[in-house]
Design a protein around this ligand. Structure first.
Ligand SMILES: C[S@@+](CC[C@H](N)C(=O)[O-])C[C@H]1O[C@@H](n2cnc3c(N)ncnc32)[C@H](O)[C@@H]1O
Length: 356
């Protein structure tokens, strides 16, 4: 179930009072024609009669059925049917309207997520080229595209169903943003270097288990490339020689908003890494790996209470790859200056005849 604000024109303070619920019924059968399906219809009727628009307590926005035959701990199966109420559910996140279908990831705590987004947006320099890895329906990418005059935003997501939500949300973006926005359906861990190249800002919002080792590795290599230019260049540019058709297909956008041709922006690598984490243990581990070898420098971190009453925290962390180097350079400069001063002092001392 998702508690929704469903009408994005309702002021934030009144949203939860007027909220409606999108109900997803997970049904242990192949589809609506299978055994037990009459019970699904009966349950749908009961819910709609008692919580739908004609009931005294109008709390239900819509009802969906999901068919799941697997006995694993994966909640949803691949088949969805919309069986009552409005099909589209809209939320307002980061200043843009977002369509959240039940088959795509959506944050439940609207207010806290909005606070996080407002903070996050400020860390993205205007005119950036952004890659939003683990983007879901593209909430973060679209909010940034609408507010930071970005040159491009690329969203990368493994769940192909999120494409529909992304398309609907993109259709409500203000016109003439001057930003090329694309959504790609692929595994972010398959070819992370390809996604990092051409992006001045990388955003990662992985599931609770954190970043895949290949993504960590790519982020480390990218950050160190400035200092080890020769070695890194040859291995980073290998990505251009890719021949495997499925990898090449994944690079093509499944959705392309804005008709402008994508600029060739090779040679640009992320200077800013924004990490949104819902798993404290995995975040600590990933953070350690990122800051080891001085690949990245942790500039700032903010915590948000997305799940009141639990011990879970949501972290927004900002890493930079320039400040560490800059700091090091300043330190080295200061050290060199201090050494030179000490040498001159010592020379002067030697030259002066000592008093008897
Ligand atoms: C915590 S959610 C974040 C979604 C989105 N950033 C948002 O705020 O709505 C993590 C997302 O990562 C996606 N995901 C999981 N593994 C992935 C992978 N290997 N490559 C790309 N996306 C992945 C999930 O499907 C899910 O949409």
């Amino acid at each position: 179930m998702t508690v929704t604000t469903y009408n994005t024109s309702i002021p934030v303070a009144q949203r939860y009072e007027q909220a409606r619920v999108q109900v997803s019924l997970v049904w242990n059968s192949r589809d609506e024609r299978s055994k037990n399906s009459e019970k699904l219809s009966l349950l749908q009727e009961f819910l709609w009669t008692n919580g739908g628009p004609r009931s005294n307590l109008h709390v239900i926005h819509s009802i969906w059925a999901n068919f799941q035959t697997s006995t694993s701990n994966i909640i949803f199966g691949h088949k969805w049917r919309h069986i009552g109420g409005e099909a589209d559910l809209w939320e307002r996140f980061g200043g843009v309207d977002i369509c959240l279908d039940p088959y795509s990831f959506g944050q439940a705590n609207t207010l806290s997520f909005n606070s996080l987004l407002h903070k996050l947006i400020k860390y993205v320099p205007r005119g950036s080229t952004v890659v939003d890895l683990y983007s879901g329906a593209g909430v973060i990418g679209l909010a940034i595209a609408a507010s930071r005059k970005c040159r491009s935003v690329r969203c990368v997501e493994i769940n192909k169903m999120s494409k529909l939500s992304f398309e609907k949300s993109a259709s409500r973006l203000p016109p003439n943003l001057g930003c090329t926005i694309t959504w790609h359906n692929t595994d972010a861990s398959a070819e992370p270097i390809h996604w990092l190249e051409g992006s001045s800002v990388a955003i990662v919002d992985p599931p609770r288990k954190g970043l895949h080792p290949s993504v960590i590795n790519a982020l480390q290599r990218v950050a160190l490339s400035e200092r080890k230019a020769f070695k890194a260049k040859s291995s980073l540019t290998k990505v251009k020689d890719e021949k495997r058709p499925w990898i090449l297909r994944a690079r093509e956008p499944a959705v392309h908003v804005d008709s402008t041709i994508m600029e060739e922006s090779s040679g640009i690598w992320p200077e800013t890494l924004i990490y949104i984490s819902c798993g404290w243990d995995s975040f600590k581990k990933d953070c350690k790996s990122l800051i080891s070898n001085e690949a990245w420098h942790l500039e700032n971190a903010h915590a948000f209470n997305f799940f009141p009453g639990t011990d879970s925290i949501e972290v927004l962390a900002i890493f930079r790859r320039d400040s560490g180097i800059a700091q090091k350079k300043t330190k080295t400069k200061t050290k060199t200056k201090a050494k030179a001063k000490a040498k001159t002092k010592a020379k002067k001392k030697k030259a002066k005849p000592s008093k008897v």
